[in-house]
Design a binder for this molecule. Structure first.
Ligand code: 6PG
Length: 479
């Protein structure tokens, strides 16, 4: 046995992660794929890499030094279970199986529990950064036991992206914590992308600028507080010209956004936890709406706004969009961190929220300068219940007030959909409100279902005898 780490599953992500591992001093990487051709191809195209190929699980296990450590990089779902079963058969107590796919965290909790019974460690690990990240340095979000982190920590630190001198990896928490955090990362990614898309749409419709001209706007934004990978690549996509037609590529791409499910998981989980991730939800639903061409076709002739968007001062309008984008982005991240906080409480994970912001500063899709502000906020107040109430964000939200409201009302007046902008603002105003109409909802619930309510002026639970004489009685709390 000569390999200190192995990779199972050699599609693009797996091959790139294997190459990244092999490129680090001291690593020898065992590689295995269900069909032999992928393994042969990887070895043939990268003869320089320190690989040991295996063509059966037995060979794979035999090529690894103990504790054996293997990273599974297969499509999340049934394939993952099949590979885990096969590895459990050939591994021994103390060995470590890492799932680097986009697994649903509840699957990871289940798998960890089952594998732990064999004495083998199971680690669900979020890997972000796409193909390039896997090769050059991803952001890594491992869960699993403290014991596995002792072996894994140094290996993962050596391959992770580096942001401001620190590797973008931390032991997130036990069992499914890593995949949970990766899931929320993706939810935030959906929100960030939708907000950018809405900003682009408003600028295009409001100013008539071409995609290439809007690319310049984004490139400019990328030099300020919005600096991020997603803003950077947006400029690149907008600048791309289609070779076949000579048109901007964005104009020949079908306007129906795909999704592989992690955004939906983020929203479903938030619903179960009772966390209002409305910006992430709107972003996810906006993709769904776009992907129903038949519904969109029969709706095209519906009545709309009376006025078109008319922008007098183009520069001022673009600055408004920028501020609205920044404010809405703060809301999306605040909601995402709220979900992580709530998930940690529900599942008993000890998650350092500031450390999560740190490991997202490099390697991952949502990497942004802005994450430093989040780390600072949690450094100052580790128990901060609402991220956007940290002083830096309060200041940024203060600067954006006029712009944010103008953009939301302008888009509504002109009939331009801006679901993520407007839902972020509604969330913000909901949080701020002194009184919410939730009081009326409690009254309605009590009316039709005797669901009871609390009073502002005394303890206890109450019910009004709506179908009787409408006096109030003390009641059992039914929520
Ligand atoms: C990442 C990405 C990655 C993947 C998304 C795409 O962090 O590297 O999030 O995991 O590209 O899952 O998701 P959709 O296909 O759902 O947009």
């Amino acid at each position: 046995a000569t390999a200190n780490i192995g990779v199972v599953g050699l599609a693009v992500m797996g091959s790139n992660l294997a190459r990244n591992l092999a490129s680090r001093e001291g690593n020898t990487v065992a590689v295995f794929n269900r069909s032999r051709s992928k393994t042969d191809e990887l070895l043939a195209t990268h003869p320089e890499a320190n690989f040991v190929s295996a063509f059966s699980y037995e060979e794979f296990a035999a090529s690894l030094t103990t504790p054996r450590t293997a990273v599974i990089m297969v499509k999340a779902g049934k394939a993952t279970d099949a590979v885990i079963d096969a590895l459990v058969n050939v591994f021994e107590p103390g060995d470590i199986i890492v799932d680097g796919g986009n697994a649903l965290f509840t699957d990871t909790i289940r798998r960890e529990k089952a594998v732990r019974e064999t004495g083998i460690n199971f680690v669900g690990m979020g890997v972000s950064g796409g193909e390039e990240g896997a090769l050059l340095g991803p952001s890594l979000m491992p869960g699993g036991s403290d014991e596995s982190w002792i072996t894994l920590g140094p290996i993962l630190r050596s391959i992770a992206a580096v942001a401001e001198g620190e590797p973008c990896v931390t032991h997130v928490g036990h069992d499914g914590a890593g995949h949970f955090v990766k899931m929320v990362h993706n939810g935030i990614e959906y929100a960030d992308m939708q907000l950018i898309a809405e900003a682009y749409d408003l600028i295009r419709r409001g100013t008539g600028k071409s995609p290439a001209e809007i690319a310049d706007v984004f490139a400019e934004w990328n030099r300020g507080e919005l600096e991020s990978y997603l803003i950077e690549i947006t400029a690149e996509v907008l600048r791309q010209v289609d070779a076949a037609t000579g048109k901007p590529l964005v104009d020949v791409i079908v306007d129906q956004a795909g999704a592989k499910g992690t955004g939906a998981w983020t929203v479903q989980t938030a619903l179960s936890l009772g966390v209002p991730v409305s910006g992430i939800a709107e972003a996810t639903f906006a993709r769904s709406l776009s992907s129903h061409p038949e519904q969109r076709a029969i709706s095209r002739s519906l009545p709309g706004a009376e006025e078109d968007l008319e922008v007098e001062d183009v520069d001022a309008f673009i600055e408004d969009v920028r501020l609205a984008l920044y404010a809405s982005k703060i809301v999306a991240y605040s909601q995402g961190f709220d979900e992580i906080r709530a998930g940690a409480a529900e599942y008993g994970w000890n998650i350092d929220l500031g450390a999560i912001a740190k490991i997202w500063r490099g390697g991952c899709i949502i990497r942004a300068q802005f994450l430093n502000r989040i780390t600072e906020a949690y450094a100052e107040a580790p128990d901060l219940a609402v991220l956007l109430t940290a002083p830096y964000f309060v200041d940024a939200l203060g600067r954006a007030q006029g712009a944010w409201r103008r953009i939301v009302s302008t888009s509504a007046n002109a009939g331009i959909p801006a679901p993520a902008f407007s839902s972020s603002l509604a969330y913000y105003d909901g949080l701020r409100a002194e009184r919410l109409p939730a009081a009326l909802i409690q009254g309605q619930r009590d009316f039709f279902g005797a669901h009871t309510y609390k009073r502002i002026d005394k303890d206890g639970t109450f019910h009004t005898l709506w179908s009787g004489d409408r006096t109030e009685i003390e009641a059992e709390d039914t929520h």
